[in-house]
Design a protein. Structure first.
Lengths: 331, 331
DNA sequence: CTGTTAGCGCGTTCAT
DNA sequence: ATGAACGCGCTAACAG
């Protein structure tokens, strides 16, 4: 028989109250900074709580509050910049300061199930990194959760960063002279939450500048598949500029071009997005766009802070663009 | 457009009971499949629940159960390809079948805070993808959570996949003849949860085969940094084989070698791990190891199933190895 | 001003 | 098949 077998039952507010010689209500008041108590009492309660390592039961609190202390970060099925974890880490730290706990939820193939799962947490807030549609957002808001938005594909397009990225890529691809433009999306559409907006940005730009609308192709991330996808576009013999969804796609296009014997960047210029380490390590080095998510983080942090009623310090509206082109050898 | 009025308050078991003309206790029993009720009653309750879209409050349930329905998947701070997301997706689906909801938690820089955050959910189970130390596991288990995958007697060091991967890399690197071996870890140690075991595997293998113990270097993912890291190892003039922590590191090493003008694979052979798309798209194509996480998934699924008392012993013994070398042009 | 009592919120379960 | 009580924290109302 192991004497250590005791199921550690967590201390409750009752235990703290008993130890501090007060009532449960007082414990609650002191711990939540409500009402005024003599320092003596406050101290006794705080000490008792500390000694018992008291942590209020999230379940009890959620029950009475009607919602949990959980913030759900919903992440699209895609790999955008490996610094996603850093972003989440920072959200976590920030939320922690407001007494909120962060969990991540990967968006599954079925949006409804994802939404249901998120709803099930009765989260106090949902950080949407590009997954939620309009109706999902309002559904969440109807249930009382605050949705902290980032990229909304449907609100004013000109404000959408992805829209601007599409245009930025065009400018870069055409800076060496005119060429036919193609947008290379991922083969797996589900992995492509931002592609459509970028493509839209490109279409609008070409439209404004009197250029033909770029084609859109889907490129698998293997050599053979990419090759056949690219070959169809190259057949016309004029120089081609390929704006890719991300660096991985760009690398597939480049590999295909190499296999097909076309010269880069003369006959084939390629641009990625994300500035991954890999893209900068290969030859030819990728021209790409580095996305800085500090502005996103700031916005999230502000929204998070406003949850606790803290002053919503709006930072400067227009700073520098949150993304900048990285010149490589592929344009 | 249907302007259905959003219910501000979710239905409770009381609402269902009222609608079905029974008591709350009956609702609970029927919904949880306890006790025997006439089909008539069962049906009425089930229908009422469905019509009201009743979802039991997780908070209420957690309160009475003492723990939540949450399964926390703890993910190491490492670059994860979409394969990890697929793994999590599958865990999510599997857990859902048992009425459990999955959340992901990225391991932060501070293990204690990570542990505390996980504990705070009072999870019914924790899926550890390579972050938890022994004392963390026991701490979780002491609080009543099941840590998955469960440690099994056969999980000695020799069976550790990473241990075997290290050895497999050595065999591949040395297949072209003897050369000096170096293990290239990530610069950011925090991102490297599996490297140590792989290095251990290599050390043991060399020891058994009477070869010198491989050096260990840390390689940053930029050209200049990788170059200086590699240069120190190349100075001896004999052929070098570099076993890399992953494909990204391998690409950094290759870029450095290219810059330094060494021939691949004659003077410098390189091996990665992960078989990323990028590694297969570059020239020279990477020799790497593809890791199949189906076995891991099976094990997790089995442990998950056993949470609900379902003894699911379907998994046969060791079939094929869960990883296989991909021959490229770098060895 | 300081602190307590009482009761709510929701699902589960024992005893009837 | 049900009433009542429980688990835990919060807070309105109230008493010292």
């Amino acid at each position: 028989m192991n004497s250590e077998l005791q199921q550690k039952k967590r201390p409750t507010s009752f235990d703290v109250a008993k130890r501090a010689g007060v009532s449960r209500a007082t414990v609650s008041h002191v711990l939540n900074g409500q009402g005024r108590f003599p320092d003596e009492t406050r101290k006794r309660v705080l000490e008792a709580a500390a000694e018992l390592q008291y942590t209020p039961s999230p379940a009890g609190r959620a029950l009475v509050r009607g919602r949990s202390d959980i913030v759900v970060v919903v992440i699209p099925y895609t790999t955008f910049g490996s610094n996603l974890q850093d972003l989440v880490d920072e959200i976590t730290v920030r939320a922690d300061k407001h007494g909120l706990s962060v969990v991540v939820r990967f968006a599954g193939p079925d949006p409804d199930k994802t939404l249901a799962a998120v709803q099930n947490f009765r989260p106090v807030a949902v950080v949407d990194l590009g997954v939620l549609g309009a109706e999902q957002r309002s559904s969440l808001e109807a249930s009382g959760a605050v949705v902290i938005p980032r990229l909304r594909p449907e609100d004013s397009l000109e404000n959408n960063p992805n829209f601007v990225i599409g245009q930025m890529m065009l400018e870069e691809l055409l800076s060496r002279g005119p060429r036919r433009i193609v947008f290379a999306a991922l083969l797996d559409e589900r992995s492509d939450p931002f592609g459509p907006a970028r493509y839209e940005g490109m279409k609008q730009w070409t439209n404004v500048h009197g250029l033909p609308t770029p084609d859109r192709i889907q490129v698998p991330l293997d050599l053979a598949g990419a090759q056949s996808a690219l070959q169809r576009e190259l057949s016309e013999g004029q120089p081609l500029g390929v704006a890719c969804y991300n660096d991985a796609v760009a690398m597939a296009v480049l590999a295909a071009g190499r296999e097909l014997g076309v010269s880069v960047p003369e006959q084939l210029s390629v641009m990625g997005v994300d500035a991954t380490a890999e893209g900068q390590l290969v030859t030819p080095r990728l021209t790409t766009i580095r996305i800085d998510n500090r502005p996103v983080m700031d916005r999230i942090a502000a929204d998070l802070a406003s949850l606790s009623g803290q002053a919503n310090r709006t930072s400067g509206a227009a700073e520098t663009l949150p993304f900048k082109p990285i010149s490589g050898e592929t344009t």
